[in-house]
Every structure is written in C-alpha cells, then in structure tokens.
Design a protein around this ligand. Structure first.
Ligand code: TPP
Length: 629
C-alpha cells in the first residue's frame, strides 16, 4: 500500500503497521457470520475474511469493480455477504450500529455477536458512551475493541483522556472489560473468543482495550515528527508479526522456507489483483444515474382507505396506524424514551407493551444518537425500526447518525435502510425554544432522507403506514398542536397513502397557498374568513415534494404564497418559491410571497410566540396584498 501511495495509485492510506495482530486476531477469533465493523486501520479484517482482492484494490483506487461505484473511499463500504459493515469518517458512529446488529441476533436468539473497532482518540466521542451504556442495559452480544495505539492523529493519549486505562470505563457501564497486549496475536484471539463466548451465553457485552502502537503517521502524508523516536525504538521490538514468527520458530513450528513460501504466496495473490485494479476503468456516471441511487426505489402495494370511517383525533389516528401496522408486520420495532409501560409522553404507544411485548416496544436510555445508530443496525438485519424522538427538538442530539449514516448508506453501498423517525414537533403551546421547533429544513438539505409532515388524521395514519413501508429513512413530523385539537374521519382499516403526493385541500382561482402541517389549518381558516377564491395545497411530503401539483396550480391561479410555521431563512418555503420562479415565472401576475415565523429562537411567552414570532398577522396582510396586486 505504501508503494502504491508513492506511485500515486491510491490517494490516501491509514497504515495499520504495528497493529496487524488486532485486525487479524479479532477476525480469526470470530465465526464467519459474526458481524465486524472495522475502522481505517483494519485491512486485516478484509484479508482474513478473504475479501476479493481485485475488488478491494479497485475500491481503494476508486475504480470500476470496487464496492461503491467510486462513490466512497477506502474501507467506507459494507459487505453483507462477508458480514462486514464499513465505517463512515465520523469516529465512533458505527458503535451504535454494532448494537443494532447485536439486538437482531438477540431477538432472533441466534448465537452470533457483533464487534466494533474504535481508536483510543475516538473513545471520547458521545457515541462510544451511548453505545456502551445501551449494550450494557440491554445485555447485547457485542464486543467493543479499542485499539490503543498511543495517538489520536498528533495528540497523545495523555491529552485524550485522564483515566489510567480506557478499559476502566467498562466498570462504569457495568460490563466486562479486558486489557490485553494488542501486539500478541494469541492474546487477541483468546480475549475475543472469551468475549464472544460470554456474549453467546447471553451475558452481554465486553470492552477490550488492546495496547499497541501506531508505527506510521496518522495517514501517510502527515508524517510522524511529533512522535519521539524512543517510542518507535521501543515498540519496533514488539512488532506483532515478528513476535509471532519468533514464537513459532522457537517452538519449531516454523522455518525459513515456510516464511519464504508464504511471502511468495502472498505476492502471487496481491500483485495480479493490483495489476487488475490499475488497468480497471475509472467510474463514469450521469446526473440521472447518481440521482437514481439516492433512494432505494421499490413498488409498494397500494392499500386504499375503505369506506368504513370513524372519527378520530390526530393522536389516535397515529396510534391506530402504528398499531395496525405492527400487527401486520412483526419486523417493526418501536424504540424511544418512556414509550413502553408509560406509553410515551404523548401516550401514542399506551397499551403497546401489553399487545406487542417488551422486545418490540422498547424504552431506551436517554440517547438519541445511540438509538438512531442502533436502528440502522436493525434495518441492516431486515427489521423496520420506528424511533420516537420524545420531542423533535432533541433530534439535534442524533443529527450525525441521520445525516451521515442513515442518509448516505444507500448511495454509498446500496443497502437500503428502512428507519422511521417519529418527530413530535411544532409550537404555539407556550413550550419555549427547546420544545416547539419545526426542524424539517435541517434535514431537507440532506440527500437521502424522506420527510413527511401530515396535517389531518386521515393523512397522518395513511402516511405513517407508508413511511414505515418505505425502504428508505423517513423523518415523520407530527405537529403536537394537532394531537388533541383536531378530529377527522379516518378509515378503520390498514391503508397507505403515496409519499410525494400533495393534496389540494380546496380549489380556488385567484391565488395558491402552498403549505403543510398545522399551517394548512391557518390557511383554511383565513381563506374561509376572508371569503376569497384561493387554492390551498397541502404538500404532505416535503421530500420529495410534489412540484407538479404546485406548478399546475400556479399556472391556473397566477399568484403564489408559500407558508410555514418554521422560521423563514433557509426554510422549505425558500426552495418552493425558487422553483416556482424558475419554472412558472411567466405565469405569475405578482411576486411570490413567502410567509413564515421570525428568525429568532421560539419565545416562551404565549403572547410573543403567537403575535410576534408566528406569522398569523403577516400572513393575513400578505394574502390581502397578493390578491390586490
Ligand atoms: C467525529 C470526527 N472528528 C474528527 C475526525 C478527524 N480524525 C480522523 S482520524 C482522527 C484521529 C483518530 O484517532 P484514534 O481514534 O485514536 O484512531 P487512530 O487513527 O489512532 O487509529 C481524527 C481526529 C473524524 N474523522 N471524526
């Protein structure tokens, strides 16, 4: 690899020289169908699991024939057939995912384990702590392997943490811990086998700290000036390959010829694979090819709502949809804070534990990132996890898992992730800046996420069922202000409604209001109060949003007002207004109006929230102006 780097045939390399015993020992110790989540120095995982070297070199060189169509680099890919799930750059992000795999094995009572690697530096990340805690509370069959190689990039461990050994943290989480010599492959194998046995017997996770040393720079370009020479001198004597060779030859299990033969065998394996990759083509693509791989496209059976109707509150329609879908599909697992016996803070899952059992309706510790990551692991095992954010505001603590893990996996290595995040959102409940937000635009910008935001009981039931059926990650926004204030006729059976299809709530001729969520009701109230002929479009899905319905309506009414509850700058309305101006400019008789909340945090005092922050007054004035223009 170092040679290829110098020849400019690969662009970046994180060497594992000095640490080989850990990657190889771990993989050797586990069964072939145990899941491994390697990091950037774990080439040995791929070689020990006999990953096709031609493909591997194509991947490393960004060529056709690699594992990501040239869309991601180095070990950033999953290989389900080898039970390897590769990393994203964000350190520690795969530890919660390892928990998700372990949950699947535990629920199916399989005697399998998952193992995630992590560097000493990355153990300071929140995901490390959330993952260890969850694994402990749920006694998951998972192993966390810390490779303590002395440095996190240029920063020595003395500046990374202040406990004696990182493995001491196992005590704090109430799990098994082992400190091992990471340069002794036999210690690694023994330790991992002990940990795996412990997990397979149902005793939960283990944290292993393997002491080792990074003999090269962080990555090859960054050098090693900051590492004292004495450390290299000391650790070179501990080289894991030489140590193993020495122990074998001392025992007379090994001789010079055997070493030479192995060297030749490896060269014969590696060199043709390199030649193959060097000759392979550079990936080419089109805009369409790229865009078509952002979401997994699957025909979902249409289930029309029946004529058997009942009047339900918004909250009860959610509950009914969720319950009916869980009855129909055992792969749905509900996870969230206080959602089990307590029924969730909004009581949506009240009675679900009795009906579906504790294994499918799970109270989680107070973690967002850790549980969204676990949902990803579950989804990779064929489950359909539905995660409730207690309030949509707290999704910020799970941001990385959503925008980097959930959103990008399908595009990178073609594994769809069926994860639904339920997000109770919205204001005018005098709940202040941290329990009132509408954070849909935080995610609107991120390719790979679907966003649904219904406004009626009938829609919320049918769209939630579709969100769960959709094989992609879906953020499902539920306005809390509608939960108990809005009632409507809802079909009693299990039905779904297409994602991406807007609803013309009422037709009109003089202007179009494009909106969604609770603001749909503001629009209906105002239009009815003013007695004007205005078309109201409820987008229902924000990603992908229904451009066609919007543009067709503007062509008819020639005036557009975009309305939402979230604050204005960078909101969904900005995108919609831009598309209208790009695609329907000639049909417009007036400038587009964009009405939304003020660009401030959401104030607690109801007077300020309703009369200043929210756009009620601005909306009325704007609609009057638009119609007069
Ligand atoms: C969340 C996050 N922050 C920062 C980085 C940049 N970064 C990449 S590797 C690295 C050092 C990692 O050190 P360690 O976890 O000890 O692993 P090692 O490289 O030593 O194997 C840093 C800071 C990153 N990839 N992800």
């Amino acid at each position: 690899m170092l040679l290829l780097l110098r020849q400019g045939k690969i662009s970046k390399w994180f060497s594992g020289i000095g640490q080989e015993a850990i990657s190889v020992g771990v993989t050797y110790a586990l069964n072939d169908d145990d899941q491994i989540l390697p990091m950037h120095r774990n080439l040995g995982v791929f070689t020990t699991r006999a990953v096709d070297l031609k493909k591997l070199f194509c991947q490393l060189m960004g060529k056709v024939g690699g594992f990501t169509k040239g869309r991601d680099r180095t070990f950033h890919f999953g290989l389900p057939e080898k039970y390897i799930t590769g990393m994203i750059s964000h350190l520690a992000a795969m530890l919660p995912v390892a928990n998700g795999f372990a949950m699947a094995y535990q629920m199916r009572t399989e005697k399998r384990v998952s193992l995630a690697f992590i560097g000493d530096g990355a153990t300071s990340e929140g995901d490390f702590h959330e993952a260890l805690n969850l694994a402990s509370v749920w006694k998951l069959p998972v192993i966390f392997m810390i490779e303590n190689n002395g440095y996190g990039l240029s920063t020595p461990t003395s500046e990374q943490y202040a406990c004696k050994n990182l493995v001491d943290r196992a005590k704090g989480y109430g799990i098994r811990g082992e400190l091992i010599d990471g340069n002794d492959i036999l210690s690694v194998i023994d330790s991992v086998q002990r940990a795996a046995d412990h997990s397979r017997k149902g005793n939960g996770p283990t944290l292993i700290e393997a002491k080792t040393f990074r003999m090269r720079g962080h990555e090859e370009a960054s050098g090693t000036k900051y590492v004292p020479q004495e450390l290299f001198d000391e650790w070179v004597k501990q080289d894991p390959v030489l140590r193993f060779e020495k122990s074998l030859s001392t025992n007379k299990w090994f001789n010079e010829k055997f070493v030479t033969d192995i060297d030749i065998e490896i060269k014969n394996l590696v060199n043709p694979a390199i030649d193959f990759a060097v000759e392979a083509n550079i990936p080419k693509s089109t805009e369409l090819d790229e865009l078509n791989d952002v979401f997994f496209i699957e025909e979902i059976d249409k289930k029309n709502p029946s004529k058997n109707l009942t009047s339900l509150r918004f909250v009860d329609a959610i509950k009914e949809g969720l319950s009916q879908k869980m009855e129909a599909d055992e792969s749905i697992i509900l996870m969230g804070q206080d959602i089990a016996e307590y029924g969730g803070v909004f009581k949506i899952s009240e009675g679900f534990v009795e009906k579906f059992g504790k294994s499918r309706v799970r109270n989680t510790p107070i973690i967002e990132s850790g549980i969204i990551g676990a949902a990803m692991g579950l989804a990779l095992e064929g489950y359909k996890p539905v995660v409730e954010m207690q309030f949509a505001d707290f999704v910020s603590c799970g941001f990385n898992q959503i925008v980097n893990n959930l959103a990008k996996t399908y595009y990178r290595w073609n594994s769809p992730l069926n994860v639904t995040l339920r997000m109770p959102c919205g204001g005018e409940l005098s709940a202040g800046p941290f329990h009132s937000q509408n954070p849909e635009s935080w995610f609107f910008h991120v390719p790979g996420l679907k966003i649904v935001y219904p406004s009626t009981p009938a829609d919320v039931k049918g769209l939630l069922i579709s969100a769960i059926e959709d094989p992609n990650p879906v953020l499902f926004f539920e306005h809390k202000g509608l939960y108990r204030s809005l009632k409507g006729e809802v079909s009693t059976d299990l039905y779904n409604l297409p994602l991406g299809k807007a609803n013309i709530v009422q037709s009109g001729f003089d202007a179009t209001i494009i909106t969604y969520g609770k603001a749909v009701h503001w629009a209906m109230d105002l239009v009815s109060r003013l007695g004007v002929s205005v078309e109201i479009i409820d987008l229902r899905t924000l990603m992908p949003w229904d451009r066609e319905t919007v543009i067709t309506s503007i062509q008819k009414t020639n005036r557009a007002l975009v309305l939402h509850e979230a604050n204005i700058t960078g909101g969904i309305g900005a995108e919609i207004a831009s598309i209208i101006s790009e695609e329907a400019f000639e049909f417009l008789d007036a400038p587009i109006k964009r009405i939304a909340s003020l660009d401030t945090p959401i104030p607690f005092a109801s007077h300020i929230e309703s009369n200043v922050y929210l756009p009620h007054k601005r909306f009325e004035n704007a609609l009057r102006e638009l119609l007069k223009y």
